[in-house]
Design a protein around this ligand. Structure first.
Ligand code: C5P
Length: 221
């Protein structure tokens, strides 16, 4: 592992789930633990990067030498991610962003009266795609959690979202991925890919950060 491969590099990572308010006491969310994003933040800081971790609500301690911005909704995460992008060299989108939010978050608690209740949902902005299509455009890395045709869908996402790299994992396998301490992924970029063995998220993060650092340098030099 090339030591200090990211010395002085400004790196931003999104992690965890988002919460989309239905009313003041209820929300829509998902089971993302944030472990992968936090492990990546720790590995990037170890490699010398100045890391900003933009995190949804999770139960994890902030890694050493990482500055953390806590957010709740996808819109909050979007705002924090897109702010001052000229101060960001590498952006890694690890968060499980809610694809939809209630069209209106009502200000009073919804009372139970009718037998049925219909929620109308609207699409959230795609954060990583907005970063990759911004004029400042940092080196941009996304994740693709898939349950079938993993590599096919990941490569499609790489092109569609205009990413520099995408990290694909098969979430149909419950031993790895969501909430697990281990993960098995394939990294894909334009013209190549690398399949990693199953390993701890900490170990995998060090390998991924090394790979990202290598591609970042090649692209920049
Ligand atoms: O399209 P899909 O949600 O599968 O793409 C996953 C990738 O896109 C992840 O890197 C995730 O963090 C990012 N994403 C995002 N904003 C969204 C949805 C996904 O940044 N609204």
């Amino acid at each position: 592992f090339p030591n200090r491969a990211l010395d002085g590099i400004k790196l931003r990572i999104t992690a965890g789930p988002t919460r989309e308010a239905i009313d003041p006491v209820r929300y829509i969310s998902n089971h993302s633990s944030g472990k992968m994003g936090f492990a990546l933040a720790a590995a990037a800081a170890d490699a010398g990067a100045q890391v900003t971790l933009i995190s949804g609500p999770v139960n994890l301690a902030t890694p050493e030498r990482v500055s953390r911005i806590d957010v709740s909704s996808a819109q909050d995460m979007y705002d924090a991610s897109l702010a001052d992008l000229q101060d960001c060299d590498i952006f890694i989108a690890c968060a499980a962003v809610a694809d939809y939010r209630p069209s209106e978050a009502v200000t009073q608690k919804i009372k139970k009266s009718a037998d049925t209740l219909t929620l109308t949902l609207v699409r959230n902005p795609d954060i990583v795609s907005s970063v990759a299509n911004s004029p400042q455009r940092p080196f941009t890395v996304g994740f693709a959690a898939e349950t079938q045709d993993v590599l096919h869908y990941a490569r499609d996402k790489l092109q569609r979202k205009k990413l520099d790299m995408i990290i694909a994992n098969d979430v149909a396998n419950t031993d790895i991925g969501f909430n697990s301490d281990d993960n098995r992924v394939v990294a894909l970029w334009n013209g190549g890919e690398h399949a990693f063995d199953t390993m701890s998220k900490a170990q995998l993060s060090r390998r991924l950060i090394a790979l990202i650092a290598e591609h970042f340098r090649t692209e920049r030099d």
